[in-house]
Design a protein around this ligand. Structure first.
Ligand code: NAP
Length: 305
């Protein structure tokens, strides 16, 4: 019986592992992928994590994991299917085994949202991508489009501008959502063109992406853009599905917990991007990991009294 099972090894899960180990809890962190770090691994550069200005996302992920390894935190590679409530705690059902635990920290993060337009699925991996740092190298010297107006879309456009001949940033409004510093950076790039008030209607091609059909939401005007690649960066979907038997989510699928990370179900905690919160950053994810473990210590103490 574990004191805590941490599901997910992104920044929130790794921070929770470190805090749990230091607090003397019997803890295990379950990770789906062989590499810890979560979405951070796919970030080219992180410039807002205090003390590590300009660090590569991949390097930061490795640093987090090395810290946990130095403390001999326990990790298991496992795909979690569901979590069941039991009288004495929870059973975490994985593809590999069933794990008994007194508490659970849900730190599963989020997956990429889709556009759900014709051609998106058909050309996935053949010009349509959800990760510029993973796939950008295939588009060296080519023309690409990034769809979205948030931090990820703008970071992707900046990243692709270094190797692509031309990058279109396509946004459905006339104002970006991304941080001001990123907006300034992208607007100064000579080979990035921002197309405002535009939505993508269709991705076209012939075995490989060739064009993107766009519509101006204000004028209704339609146009076709010749592109070799389309990078979709239209937000994230919380990976909360595996908890549907033990707790409720909000309409978007986020787990509703406050700063103490405690969910309505006693013994269940949420940390990182899967938690409903105002600011989703690495720094707030690692804070959640620490807060969740602190709440667990109080919860376990309350149980033994
Ligand atoms: P996001 O901030 O939710 O932005 C999604 C963007 O996609 C928005 O501009 C949105 O338009 C647009 N969009 C959504 N659905 C669309 C659709 N169907 N068609 C066209 N456009 C659509 O998501 P994100 O950029 O993936 O970032 C996720 C979270 O991680 C955010 O909280 C972000 O701040 C955080 N993050 C932070 C950093 C950093 O600190 N450096 C880096 C990466 C991510 P509207 O603007 O009109 O809503």
């Amino acid at each position: 019986m574990y004191d805590v099972v941490i599901i997910g090894s992104g920044p929130a899960g790794l921070s929770a592992s470190i805090y749990a180990k230091r607090a003397g809890l019997k803890a295990v962190t379950l990770e789906q992928n062989p590499m810890s770090g979560g979405q951070v691994l796919n970030t080219y550069e992180v410039d807002n994590y205090p003390g590590l200005s300009g660090i590569g996302g991949f390097d930061l992920g490795i640093k987090f994991r090395e810290h946990a390894d130095k403390l001999a935190c326990e990790f298991k590679e496992a795909v979690v299917r569901t979590v069941k409530k039991e009288p004495e705690g929870f059973t975490v059902v994985t593809e590999q085994e069933e794990i008994k635990t007194r508490t659970v920290i849900a730190a599963m993060g989020a997956t990429h949202a889709k556009l759900n337009i014709p051609g998106e699925e058909e050309f996935a991996g053949m010009g349509v991508s959800y990760c510029a740092t993973c796939d950008g190298a295939f588009f060296r010297g080519k023309v690409t489009a990034v769809i979205g107006g948030g931090d990820v879309a703008v970071e992707d456009a900046v990243f692709l501008s270094r190797t692509c001949e031309k990058v279109y940033l396509i946004h459905r409004r006339n104002e970006l959502r991304a941080a001001a510093v990123l907006q300034k950076e992208v607007m100064e790039l000579p080979n990035v063109e921002i197309l405002w008030d535009m939505v993508a209607e269709r991705i076209e091609g012939d075995g490989q992406v060739k064009a993107l059909a766009l519509k101006n939401v204000k004028t209704g005007e339609k146009k076709s853009l010749a592109v070799d690649g389309v990078f979709v960066a239209v937000g994230i979907i919380p990976a909360s599905d595996i908890l549907k038997d033990v707790t409720e989510c909000d309409a978007k699928g986020y787990l509703e917990a406050g700063e103490d990370c405690a969910l309505d179900t006693p013994g269940l905690f949420a940390a990182g991007d899967v938690r409903k919160k105002k600011l989703r950053q690495i720094v707030t994810a690692v804070a959640d990991g620490a807060n969740a473990v602190t709440s667990i210590l109080e919860y376990l103490q309350g149980q033994t009294m």
